[in-house]
Design a protein around this ligand. Structure first.
Ligand code: CMC
Length: 443
C-alpha cells in the first residue's frame, strides 16, 4: 500500500482501517474502497453515486466547479470550434485526433455501413403509428443484436469490438431518421454517402422522394456542434447503464439499447424535450414570474427544465458553446421572432439574474439550448432525445470498449436493506385478510 492513505475509525469499536488514496491525472483523488467490506464488514452507502468513482477512465474529464469538459485532454470549446463530429468520434475512440489519411479512412468505414438490413425496416411497421420515437429506438437498436449475434461476432476480440463500434456509429442516424419518417407516415429515405455525417442525417430526416432537402450552412453547423457537444459526458446515467449491461458480457447492441432507455428519462436526455414542453406551458412572457415562483417553491415539484446540473456548478461549458450556435441559427430561421424563442430568451435572462438560481448555482444546461436548436431545425419535441442518442452513441461505445479492455468485473452493487427481517411462512388459508397491492384501475 502507498503511504498516502485514508484512515477511517469505527467509533463503535475504536478500530481503524486504512485505504489507499489514488491520484488520477486531473481532478480529485479517490480513496480505493474496493476492500472496504472485507476489512470493515460494512458496505459503502452512496445512493445516486454522488461520491463514487465507478471506474477509472481516460476518455473524458469534467471539472464541475470550474465548468471544464475535456475529451482526451482537449477542451470541448476547442473541439466544437475547430473539429467536426466524426473527428471527435475518432478522438474519443482512439485517444488522439486523426491525421488527414486516417480521418478519410474512418469516414469511409462509417459511410460504408450506414444502410440497415432490409429486414430491420420491417420492424418499424410493428410499432404503433403514434409511438414515441425513443420507444422505437429502444426496440430497433436492441433488434440489431439479432443481426450481429455472438455466434458470428466475437465481441471480446479487437475485430468484433470494431464491428460493434463502426456499425453502431454508422447506422444510428439511419435508425433515428427512419423512426421520424415512420412517425410521419413518410417513406424512409436512404443514406447518401457523399454527404457529411450531419448533412446526411438532415437529408434522411427531411428529404422526401419528391423533394431533396438542402440544409443551410447554419443548420448543418448547428447540428454538427450539437452532436459534438453531446458526444460523451463521463460516467452519466446512460453511459453507466451501457457499462453495467456490458459488464456481464452482453451483446453490445443490446447494451446500447439499454443506454437509449436510460437516456430517455426527463432528468437526463429527455430534458431538452421537456424544455419546449415547459415553454409551451408557460406560454407568455407575462407568466414567467409565476413559473419562477413555482420552481422556487419546495412544496411544488415543478422545476425549470434545462437549468441545473448534477456535476456543473458554475456553468455548463457545452451550454456556452451551443448558446452561440443557437443564436446564429435563430438569426437565420424565419421563426426567429416566434413567441417561443422570444420566451426562451426572456426566461434565460430572468433566471440568470434571479437570486435563487444564482445561489443554488442553477445555470442553463446544454439541453436548454439544444431543445431550442432542434425546434428551429424543424424537428418535433419527440425527436429531441433521439438526436441526443445519436450523438451519445460514440460515448457509450467508447466507454464500453475501454471497459472491455481493462480489468472488468461484473457490476454488482450492494444495498442498505430496510425490509422485513426473517419471518415464518404462513399457509394461504391461515393468512389475515389484506389489501390488494394494485390500485383499483389496474385490476
Ligand atoms: N429548477 C428549480 N430548482 C432546481 C432545479 C431546477 N431546474 N434544479 C435543481 N433545483 C434545486 C432543487 O430543488 C434543490 O433545492 P434544495 O437544495 O432546496 O432541495 C437544489 O436545487 C439541488 O437540486 P438536486 O435535485 O439535489 O440536484 P441534482 O444534482 O440531484 O439534480 C438535475 C440535477 C439536472 C437532475 C436537476 O438540476 C434538474 O432536475 N434539472 C432540470 C432537468 C434538466 O434540465 N436535466 C438535464 C441535465 S443536463 C443533461 C445531461 O447531462 O444529462
Amino acid at each position: 500500500m502507498s503511504n498516502k492513505t485514508l484512515t477511517i475509525t469505527d467509533n463503535r469499536t475504536g478500530k481503524t482501517f486504512d485505504f489507499e488514496i489514488k491520484n488520477g491525472s486531473c481532478g480529485p483523488a479517490v480513496a480505493d474502497l474496493t476492500t472496504f467490506y472485507d476489512k470493515t464488514g460494512m458496505f459503502v452507502y452512496d445512493p445516486g453515486f454522488k461520491s463514487t468513482a465507478s471506474c477509472s477512465s481516460g476518455i473524458t474529464f469534467i471539472d464541475g466547479e470550474k465548468g471544464i469538459l475535456l475529451h482526451r485532454g482537449y477542451n470541448i470549446e476547442d473541439l466544437a470550434e475547430n473539429s467536426d463530429y466524426p473527428e471527435v468520434c475518432y478522438l474519443l475512440l482512439n485517444g488522439d485526433l486523426p491525421d488527414l489519411q486516417n480521418k478519410k479512412k474512418f469516414i469511409k468505414i462509417l459511410t460504408h455501413h450506414t444502410m440497415l438490413h432490409e429486414q430491420i425496416l420491417r420492424f418499424y411497421s410493428g410499432f404503433r403509428r403514434d409511438s414515441h420515437p425513443m420507444a422505437v429506438m429502444v426496440g430497433i437498436v436492441g433488434a440489431l443484436s439479432s443481426f450481429y449475434p455472438e455466434k458470428t461476432y466475437d465481441f471480446s476480440s479487437e475485430k468484433g469490438k470494431w464491428v460493434a463500434v463502426s456499425r453502431l456509429l454508422a447506422k444510428m442516424p439511419t435508425m433515428a431518421a427512419m423512426a421520424y419518417k415512420y412517425s410521419l407516415g413518410q417513406p424512409f429515405i436512404y443514406p447518401k454517402n457523399e454527404l457529411s455525417y450531419s448533412e446526411n442525417f438532415l437529408h434522411m430526416l427531411f428529404s422526401t422522394p419528391s423533394g431533396e432537402y438542402k440544409p443551410s450552412k447554419a443548420s448543418v453547423a448547428a447540428l454538427d456542434k450539437l452532436l459534438i457537444l453531446h458526444a460523451d459526458h463521463e460516467q452519466n446515467a446512460s453511459t453507466s447503464t451501457v457499462k453495467i449491461a456490458g459488464s456481464s458480457g452482453a451483446n453490445p447492441f443490446a447494451c446500447v439499447a439499454a443506454g437509449v432507455a436510460s437516456l430517455w428519462g426527463p432528468a437526463h436526455g429527455g430534458a431538452n424535450e421537456s424544455v419546449i414542453r415547459m415553454l409551451n406551458i408557460i406560454g407568455d412572457e407575462k407568466n414567467i414570474s409565476q413559473f419562477i415562483k413555482k420552481a422556487k417553491d419546495i412544496n411544488d415539484p415543478f422545476r425549470l427544465m434545462g437549468f441545473g446540473h448534477r456535476v456543473y456548478k458554475s456553468h455548463d461549458p457545452r451550454a456556452n458553446v451551443l448558446r452561440k450556435y443557437c443564436h446564429d441559427l435563430l438569426n437565420e430561421v424565419e421563426s426567429f421572432n416566434a413567441p417561443l424563442f422570444k420566451l426562451a430568451t426572456k426566461l434565460e435572462e430572468i433566471a440568470l439574474n434571479d437570486e435563487y438560481f444564482i445561489k443554488k448555482q442553477l445555470y442553463p444546461n446544454v439541453d436548454f439550448y439544444s431543445g431550442i436548436i432542434l425546434k428551429a431545425l424543424g424537428l418535433p419535441e419527440s425527436m429531441f432525445t433521439v438526436i441526443f442518442a445519436v450523438a451519445r452513441t460514440v460515448g457509450w461505445i467508447s466507454q464500453w470498449k475501454e471497459m472491455t479492455e481493462s480489468e472488468n468485473r461484473i457490476s454488482r452493487p450492494r444495498q442498505l436493506y430496510n425490509g422485513k427481517e426473517i419471518r415464518q411462512f404462513i399457509k394461504i388459508n391461515k393468512r389475515k385478510k389484506n389489501e390488494s397491492m394494485f390500485p383499483e384501475h389496474i385490476e
